[in-house]
Ligand binder design. Structure first.
Ligand SMILES: *Cc1c(COP(=O)(O)O)cnc(C)c1O
Ligand SMILES: [Zn+2]
Length: 420
């Protein structure tokens, strides 16, 4: 086990590594803390060990809160599960050029088993859940987590219960139900779903709600995006990260990942400038940043970026603090800007992202326009999900031709620019 304890982010009280997620003293959130001192010193050896590891997040198991990575050993816990991570980092020169920037990279986390970064967090949470003796996986989801939990449960041969807002995108509902989960559509928004699941996690003691009672372990999975980016850039940090924010977990854990490796001397550079991205229709963190406070006043979400539609973000205050401390910001973009962001990324990189990626790309465009990004900066845009899951968002954003199967009609229509 590479984690040593669960530590309260507010009062620093420590607890053993069980299924606990809030502090008994102050109700603050608990985070896994580590003692990496045994890894310090031999940087080259540690790099080699990582490089010799599997092509998945489990090459970083020294930095993850599990006793054994899945697929190792001969017990019940040796079930391999779905391999997450090892996603491409692509240099996006045409996107950089369009935005007048020097160097932009796209971390394309749509390249995961269920096409979003949620496979990373679910892989860690479900492995820890098995180690702690849970027999059922569950979650409160804005969409992608539902896909990831249902698929991981199928891969592990576990029953699962997945709770979603009833108005989710059809592609995300279909892409969850197909795995044979108990799919529960709740008449309400994500914050209602989360409240119900928090209550249920107290009532169903053998259920691991990956983002509730397993949240401290779940959150650690997001660090692996930072590890991969650093490794892919040749053991260096980028100058700036642009990442979406829903609960604020991903955003804050990316910085934690870079911080841990910098402290060990495994990578060079500094914690990047952290820019958070939200939709105007659900921007409690961007609002707090703009108001100069850490207090994220809850909002009622109304945006096409449903995967980011958390009105009461658990890690919001830490996200605001991180953006401020690193010289970054948290910005919000409108639904029209989100659609334009999806198109911009698709046209310049060949990557079709879901609405959350539209939020991130539109935020990058906004930062570029505002002149916030230096020409010498190396920027990484974190793309967290696949456009095939939110197809409606691009309906009506382009034109096409329709012709009879004849050369004459091709000439008269396509070559004359007469759209359908
Ligand atoms: C869940 C999710 C996020 C962000 O989640 P956090 O709660 O902030 O960790 C970002 N993008 C997509 C596509 C997601 O599904
Ligand atoms: Zn506490």
């Amino acid at each position: 086990m590479s984690g040593t304890s669960l530590k309260c982010r507010e009062c620093a009280a420590t607890y053993e590594l069980g299924a606990r997620y809030v502090c008994e003293n102050c109700f603050g959130p608990l985070e896994v803390s580590y003692d990496h001192s045994h890894l310090a010193g031999d940087v080259d050896g540690l790099r080699r060990r990582i490089q010799a590891g599997p092509q998945s997040i489990w090459r970083y198991s020294d930095f993850l809160p599990v006793e054994t990575p899945p697929g190792v050993g001969a017990t019940n816990l040796s079930r391999a599960g779905l391999p997450a991570g090892a996603t491409p980092l692509i240099k996006a020169d045409r996107l950089a050029e369009r935005l007048g920037l020097g160097e932009v990279w796209v971390k394309n986390d749509a390249h995961n088993p269920t096409h979003s970064f949620k496979d990373r967090v679910v892989a860690v949470a479900s492995q820890r859940a098995l180690e702690l003796g849970f027999d059922t996986l569950a979650c409160a989801s804005t969409g992608n987590l539902a896909n990831a939990v249902a698929a991981q449960a199928a891969a592990l041969g576990l029953p699962s219960y997945v709770f979603i807002p009833s108005d989710l995108e059809e592609q995300k509902i279909l892409g969850t139900g197909v795995y044979g989960t108990n799919l529960v559509k709740v008449r309400g928004n994500y914050d209602d779903v989360n409240r119900l699941c928090t209550e249920l996690s107290g009532e169903r003691e053998s259920w691991a709600f990956v983002n509730i009672n397993m949240r401290s372990y779940y959150a650690e999975g997001s660090k692996t995006i930072a590890y991969e980016i650093a490794e892919q850039l040749g053991w260096e940090t980028p100058d700036r990260i642009v990442s979406p924010i829903a609960s604020g977990s991903l955003f804050t854990k990316i910085a934690k990942g870079f911080g841990e490796w910098l402290e060990l001397g495994l990578i060079t550079g500094a914690v990047p400038t952290m820019n958070g991205a939200q939709a105007t229709g659900c921007a409690p963190v961007a609002n707090a940043f703009a108001a100069g406070t850490d207090v994220c006043r809850p909002v009622k979400p109304n945006t096409i970026a449903k995967s980011l539609a958390i009105g009461n973000p658990a890690d919001g205050p830490y996200a605001v603090e991180l953006a401020r401390r690193t010289g970054g910001a948290v910005d919000a973009v409108t639904d029209d800007e989100i659609r334009a962001g999806i198109r911009l990324l698709a046209e310049t990189t060949g990557i079709f992202t879901e609405t959350a990626g539209g939020v991130t790309t539109a935020t990058l465009a906004k930062l570029a326009e505002r002149g916030d990004i230096g020409h010498d900066e190396r920027v990484v845009l974190v793309i967290t999900g696949d456009g095939l899951k939110t197809l409606d968002a691009v309906k009506g954003t382009f034109e096409s031709y329709e012709i009879n199967p004849s050369f004459e009609d091709f000439e008269a229509t396509v070559e004359q620019g007469v759209h359908a």
